[in-house]
Design a protein around this ligand. Structure first.
Ligand SMILES: [Zn+2]
Length: 471
């Protein structure tokens, strides 16, 4: 057992989904060629003036409210001075002394992590390093970012992973960011330090950067705990520095000794006026915050008779959770509906590339498929086929059944001829079944399915075959 306790604080940068940048009207789209979404303001030309995009404030206020932060009355921006090759002004407009929000928290299932601060700032551009030269793309320069800083009270890499997932889900629920890590719209840095168990003072912290996924963050933190434990066990001191996570080598390497805040020479941005967040903005944004993930989870567990594992899958996708509840309004059988969602429905979504935006089927029609299946009107195979035919079209279910002739054959008289034929043609499997090989009967059911083009009721078919061969 280690003598040390881990203390982690996380800084998450999320890109707010506004159409235009934070201080100019350039588009925030990343789908264009490099350096087309730029103007004299975001390129830092002398004599230009920034104009604050009010939509950024709206979304930022929404995040503060969802994380129970106090919103400061007077808002102003400051300049963070630094050499930024991808931010031509050579300072970043950010908030320092007076962030937008302070003192909130994020509730995990086991613990509350306090949020220290939430502030607005502009993003830098993108550098692409080639062999002996670098290219710069300013399209991202000036994209609105929100930095969400936790208190250093996360105690393990797994807890950090849970915090990141919970935060991402809240941001998705309140519709402020697409949280797409691949596009860089969600990024995280971590501060990590170790201290002797029982100590109240924090140890020397190391900042970790370049963790591109939440899993990557967890692995990087695990590595860093081992590295720092070894340093301390050798009686050496931890150097305060920034370290980069190298995914390929699975280790962190020193990047630079960490700047102190005073190195950035923060000072109030003279080109933007102070302003206050009005009650109207706060009231308006409150209305955009519906039920948050943890509340939804508690409610689902209380009212639906499905497992916690199933509940988690629904909660992790706002689309799935809402659609599940809609379908239940039309066919209130929790477990059956859940099975169809987590089985055939998600299989179909996967074949569509995992994207929900192509799903057109209405709750009413999806409920009808499940109902027809549960009532025995159609079998599993037919139900799946109908789902695949209607999922992106919302075509009429009854019309599909009629057109594709998918009504299940449950009539014993009608099935009898098929069963006679199959039993007659397959003496070997019949014999094997009689000798106790259960698999053989599935083969025989399969044969009847084939002859009826998948329309035989499998339950009745099996029952009839069993009775027939035991004669
Ligand atoms: Zn611009």
């Amino acid at each position: 057992m280690s003598d040390f306790e881990t203390v982690i604080g996380l800084e998450v940068h999320t890109q707010l989904n506004t159409k235009s940048k934070i201080f100019c009207s350039c588009s925030t789209s990343f789908e264009n060629r490099p350096n087309v979404n730029i103007c004299p303001v975001c390129c830092g030309y002398p004599g230009t003036l920034p104009v604050f995009n009010k939509k950024v404030l709206d979304l930022a206020v929404r995040v503060c409210l969802a994380l129970s932060c106090k919103i400061n009355k007077t808002i102003y921006f400051e300049r963070k001075n630094y050499f930024y090759p991808d931010l031509p002004k050579n300072y970043q407009i950010s908030q320092y002394k007076m962030p937008l929000g302070e003192g909130g928290f994020l509730e995990l299932s086991s613990k509350k992590i306090r949020i220290n601060r939430i502030h607005m700032e502009e993003d830098a551009g993108k550098l692409v390093h080639k062999d002996d030269y670098s290219l710069v793309d300013f399209n991202r320069t000036g994209t609105p970012l929100l930095e969400i800083v936790s208190e250093p009270e996360i105690n393990s890499p797994q807890e950090a992973f849970d915090y990141l997932n919970a935060l991402k889900l809240i941001l998705q629920y309140i519709n402020v960011s697409d949280c797409d890590m691949e596009k860089g719209s969600l990024r995280c840095d971590a501060n990590i330090s170790l201290r002797k168990k029982g100590n109240t003072q924090l140890g020397t912290k190391v900042e970790l950067k370049n963790m591109n996924t939440f899993k990557g963050a967890r692995t990087a933190l695990e590595f860093e705990i081992k590295r720092q434990t070894n340093v301390l066990n050798r009686g050496e001191r931890i150097i305060q520095e920034t370290r980069l996570w190298d995914t390929d080598k699975a280790k962190t390497t020193a990047m630079r000794t960490k700047e102190q805040a005073q190195d950035y020479r923060y000072f109030p941005e003279p080109d933007l006026l102070d302003f206050s967040v009005t009650k109207e903005v706060i009231e308006k944004e409150k209305n955009f915050i519906g039920e948050l993930p943890l509340e939804k989870k508690k409610r689902f567990l209380k009212i639906y008779k499905i497992s916690i594992k199933e509940v988690d899958i629904f909660i992790n996708s706002p689309f799935l959770a809402d659609f599940f509840e809609e379908v239940l309004k039309h066919y209130p059988k929790d477990q059956e509906v859940s099975n169809w969602f987590l089985g055939p429905f998600l299989e179909q979504v996967n074949t569509l590339g995992g994207k929900f935006d192509q799903i057109k089927i209405s709750a009413h029609n999806f409920a009808k498929i499940i109902k027809y299946f549960c009532e025995g009107k159609i079998n599993n195979l037919a139900a799946k086929k109908i789902l695949s035919l209607s999922i992106t079209t919302d075509d009429d279910i009854d019309a599909i059944i009629e057109k594709e002739k998918l009504i299940q054959i449950s009539d014993r008289g009608e099935l009898e001829a098929f069963i006679e034929e199959v039993v007659g043609l397959n003496p070997k499997p019949v014999q094997e079944y009689l000798e106790g090989k259960d698999k053989a009967i599935m083969f025989l059911v399969g044969q009847v399915m084939k002859k009826t083009k998948g329309k035989a009721n499998p339950k009745i078919t099996r029952e009839m075959i069993e009775r027939r061969v035991k004669k």
